[in-house]
Design a protein around this ligand. Structure first.
Ligand SMILES: Cc1cc2nc3c(=O)[nH]c(=O)nc-3n(C[C@H](O)[C@H](O)[C@H](O)COP(=O)(O)OP(=O)(O)OC[C@H]3O[C@@H](n4cnc5c(N)ncnc54)[C@H](O)[C@@H]3O)c2cc1C
Length: 313
């Protein structure tokens, strides 16, 4: 018997292929969908004729105020999928006008309300590689819609080449119009990109202790100003970006929100988080079973004066 198919309840009203492996899709549901908060995700689904349906989570890249018009998604084609029916291989066949399934329930806790808190005055430094940018475009576009500025947000967006920098021109307009730019694209293949004058290296490189002073300068934070008193950090994407950014920031006393990391490092419950992440893959962010690594990470926090429950391992 052929596998049961899912119903299509939405239309791809615009499919924009930036490259062969990177696309922005605008999806309009047939029926109105509940409002959402920047940082939340939708579940999209497609039917493979023989293998059946596949559903996957995608961060909503468009701002909430457009939810009656469309939802935008920034999606990478996964060349080496782990499933035998990868959704990205189906969606990259789609064109404007094609139908799709979008679950009406929008979910997720990677929101300002559930992380930093709405009234937190500190700079929100958003770190993304590739499509991990999506929750942050929603956030910044919404702020711009409501207040006419990008507010206290900064974005460090890593990609291989400039062509992969989705939303670049909008973000430059919204975030770099003032005296201190707040949008910093960084590319990891500069040698293959003559003429590129912006930051180079992966997004996480800029948080390495050796490089942080330069980022402080760019963000107008002053020497040593990149700290949890002045900033909170939100990271989105795959394990490597999250792990390398987070581990570097322990050197500055940033406290992760992640429950397992806190427990392994002995961070007391009442110690407020200043480092949040949303992960797209399932590889453990930090190998918390590695005693040497855990000891080293604890040391970084102890040197910053963070009181841990079991400081010595
Ligand atoms: C909350 C949440 C939000 C997400 N939002 C987005 C988004 O906005 N855009 C997006 O492209 N993906 C996003 N993802 C990942 C997405 O759900 C799928 O896992 C991804 O598209 C691969 O699905 P697949 O069926 O094609 O491949 P599968 O057969 O499921 O293959 C999984 C493999 O894909 C890799 N992978 C997953 N996501 C990516 C990615 N973005 N870039 C490169 N490799 C990846 C994983 O490492 C894993 O090895 C999100 C995941 C979660 C949990």
């Amino acid at each position: 018997m052929p596998p049961k198919q899912i119903d299509y309840n939405a239309t791809i009203i615009h499919a924009d292929y930036l490259t062969e492996t990177l696309a922005i899709y605008r999806v309009k549901p047939d029926e109105p969908v509940d409002a959402f908060l920047p940082g939340q995700y939708a579940v999209l689904g497609l039917n493979h004729p023989e293998k059946g349906p596949v559903l996957r989570a995608y961060s909503i890249a468009s701002p909430p105020h457009l939810h009656n018009e469309y939802f935008e998604f920034f999606i990478r084609y996964v060349k080496q999928p782990t499933s035998d029916n990868p959704l990205t291989h189906l969606i990259f066949e789609k064109q404007t006008g094609d139908r799709i399934h979008m679950r009406s329930k929008l979910k997720g806790k990677f929101t300002i309300e559930d992380t930093v808190g709405r009234d937190d005055p500190r700079m929100k430094v958003c770190v993304a590689a590739g499509t991990g940018l999506a929750p942050f475009t929603s956030l910044v576009y919404q702020h711009y819609h409501e207040h006419g500025t990008a507010g206290n947000h900064a974005i460090i967006h890593g990609s291989s080449y400039p062509i992969d920098l989705g939303y670049r021109s909008d973000l430059e307009t919204i975030m770099n119009g003032g005296t201190t730019p707040r949008y910093f694209p960084t590319i990891s293949r500069p040698r293959e990109t003559p003429g590129w004058t912006g930051l180079t290296g992966r997004a996480e490189t800029h948080f390495h202790p050796d490089n942080l002073p330069e980022l402080e300068r760019l963000l107008g934070l002053g020497d040593g100003g990149f700290n949890p008193e002045k900033c909170t950090v939100l990271i989105c994407g795959l394990q490597g970006t999250i792990a390398n950014t987070a581990m570097s920031l322990l050197h500055r006393g940033f406290i992760p929100e992640d429950r397992k990391t806190r427990s392994a490092l002995g961070i007391p419950k009442d110690c407020k988080a200043s480092l949040f992440w949303e992960q797209y893959d399932t590889v453990p962010v930090i190998d918390l079973k590695d005693p040497e690594l855990v000891a080293e990470l604890k040391k970084r926090l102890l040197l910053q004066g963070v009181e841990l429950e079991e400081p010595v391992v």
